[in-house]
Ligand binder design. Sequence first.
Ligand SMILES: [Zn+2]
Length: 50
Amino acid sequence: MDDQLARIDPTTDPSTAAVILRCMPNQVGPCPRCQGLTARCGPNAQVVCP
Ligand SMILES: [Zn+2]
């Protein structure tokens, strides 16, 4: 299963989410639509998850 693009539950630890998102923990933030964690800042920023 490739769950790389799956929504990341907001209770997920930011450092864990950062590994999944391949970004820094301080770039992780909640998606405004679904509250799932996404990379809000940085080179791979996605303000809204896929
Ligand atoms: Zn979302």
